[in-house]
Write a protein that binds this ligand. Structure first.
Ligand code: ZN
Length: 146
């Protein structure tokens, strides 16, 4: 894996993820991050969610949703594509479970710069972004909110 690019996250993306996570305080929720590589920076500019199976401690996006978004944003001429995923850990705090690690690995095998975002919406809110580097989950602490 080459050098990974710094991350800028649009405030409206975080707002929509927060609203989604707060709408379901008892179960985990998930979705996809959309954006593009620009000027050597990964810009996360949009968010999309859809069919998922969830419980208080687990969530999985359904294949039909992933395929639909990948098809929609994989078309030529589209300025945005899938650049990662998010999910919530209600009342659990932010950490990377073994399932999260495996999911993140799949995203990075498709797009090395892909990021994972974890949010615990219960106060005090916790948000963390991570990538896998050298087979370890590493927090991205220096992302820019823009
Ligand atoms: Zn998780």
């Amino acid at each position: 894996m080459g050098v990974l690019h710094p991350v800028r996250l649009k405030k409206k993306v975080l707002k929509r993820i927060r609203e989604h996570a707060q709408s379901s305080s008892g179960t985990e929720v998930a979705g996809l991050l959309l954006g593009s590589l620009r000027h050597d920076t990964l810009l996360v500019s949009d968010v999309v969610t859809g069919e998922q199976k969830s419980s208080p401690t687990h969530v999985a996006l359904e294949d039909k949703f992933l395929v639909r978004v990948a098809t929609e944003y994989g078309r030529r001429g589209k300025r945005k594509s899938i650049v990662g995923w998010y999910h919530s850990h209600p009342d659990l705090g932010c950490f990377v479970s073994s399932i999260d690690f495996a999911t993140q690995k799949r995203f990075q095998s498709l797009f090395p710069d892909a990021v994972g975002l974890v949010i615990d919406p219960s106060p005090p809110e916790e948000v963390s972004l991570f990538r896998i580097e050298e087979n370890k989950a590493r927090n991205i602490d220096d992302y820019i909110l823009t």
